[in-house]
Design a protein around this ligand. Structure first.
Ligand SMILES: NC(=O)c1ccc[n+]([C@@H]2O[C@H](COP(=O)([O-])OP(=O)(O)OC[C@H]3O[C@@H](n4cnc5c(N)ncnc54)[C@H](OP(=O)(O)O)[C@@H]3O)[C@@H](O)[C@H]2O)c1
Length: 330
């Protein structure tokens, strides 16, 4: 593996680098002007060398990671496995961006004082990320749904006590790259199905806790679907409003006018608009013919970029006072 410890670059390490999120991170770090990849770990894939972002990366065993030699550790490990490694990295003196759900709101956010790393929640969030020792990187589905809801909650437009219905379709990389029979090509190709139905998906807690933090008084019905594509998430979100909107896009344009990674558009976003980009692309439309005023918000992201590695690197930029957009595919 190429070990970079150059003077102008901050050495960072990736735990779980052989997974989909970890590989994406290594590729982004390889092209980042201010970070250099000091180590990349794997479990079963340890010892393998792969080409990521025009750099050869050899995966070392997690136990061999020199956690104390880097300024930042990205933990891209499965939920449950991540928390002990976050604690070890902190004991070694490194700051951490954890991509798992272990330290997100609604999970164990209070345990280690982790800051929820969704920069577009606003200036206070960005200020907290900047000085954070641990950032809990948001989940992919929550990124596509919460950023679509925030302008409406902030503006007091969501009907009090409303039930918001979010249906999301995700590409198969959302499930990681460890072999699973139900994710074989023949099982998913030319098919489409819901899973985690009845509000049983792990991301629900993160979303409901964050809606409460934003000051919202709404329930959420969240149904994920498995889409037979490699990457991307498209969410359609039905939101009961206090009153009809003459211009459905206005709250979104107002809220995100200065956000480099949020695109508010008048046409329906598609996965091909966002794949391999660190953006959330969204639109909104008043639903015709209903008794109560109701808005449909559609949002699209790449689950591995804005939904994982890109957002993690965006947080790292903020933590080290680097231009937030540096090294990110806009
Ligand atoms: N995939 C997404 O779209 C996405 C989006 C947002 C957040 N996330 C989160 O990011 C994390 C990684 O997701 P992923 O999709 O990249 O998963 P993945 O492809 O299954 O990768 C998991 C990584 O962790 C390693 N690993 C597994 N068990 C381990 C253990 N007990 N000790 C040390 N290393 C271990 C794996 O190594 P080997 O493969 O070598 O065994 C691999 O490098 C998860 O917490 C996930 O929820 C994923």
């Amino acid at each position: 593996m190429i070990m970079h410890y150059s003077v102008n670059r901050i050495p960072v390490g990736v735990l779980g680098a052989s997974g989909y999120a970890g590989r994406e991170l290594c590729a982004l770090i390889a092209q980042h002007p201010r970070f250099s990849l000091a180590f990349a770990t794997a479990n079963e894939q340890r010892g393998q060398t792969v080409r990521l972002g025009r750099q050869d990366v050899t995966f070392t065993a997690t136990d061999d990671a020199p956690l104390g030699n880097v300024g930042l550790v990205f933990a891209a490990l499965p939920h449950g496995a991540s928390l002990p490694w976050v604690e070890r990295a902190r004991r070694a003196g490194a700051r951490v961006v954890d991509l798992s759900s272990d330290l997100r709101p609604g999970n164990a956010a209070d345990l280690l004082g982790a800051i929820y790393g969704m920069p577009e929640l606003g200036a206070e969030t960005r200020a907290a990320i900047k000085i954070a020792e641990i950032v809990a990187n948001p989940g992919c589905y929550p990124t596509s749904i919460l950023l679509a809801l925030k302008p409406l909650v902030d503006a007091g437009l969501v009907a009090p006590g409303a039930t918001i219905v979010a249906n999301s379709a995700s590409g198969v990389s959302g499930a990681g790259n460890s072999p699973k029979r139900e994710l074989l090509f023949a099982e998913v190709a030319d098919d489409y199905r819901a899973y985690g139905v009845g509000n049983s998906h792990r991301h629900l807690k993160e979303m409901t806790a964050t809606i409460v933090t934003l000051g919202g008084d709404a329930e959420l019905v969240f149904t994920p679907h498995l889409l037979p594509v490699a990457r991307g998430i498209l969410s359609t979100i039905t939101v009961p409003l206090v009153a009809p909107l003459a211009d459905a896009l206005e709250p979104f344009r107002d809220a995100y006018a200065n956000e480099p990674f949020i695109e508010v558009v008048s046409e329906q976003p598609t996965l091909s608009d966002v794949v391999r980009r660190n953006v959330v692309r969204m639109t909104a439309t008043m639903i015709a013919g209903l008794r109560a005023p109701t808005l449909l918000v559609t949002s699209a992201i790449d689950n591995l970029v804005k939904g994982a590695a890109g957002q993690a690197l965006q947080n790292a930029n903020i933590m080290f006072d680097i231009d937030e957009a540096l090294g990110l595919p806009a």
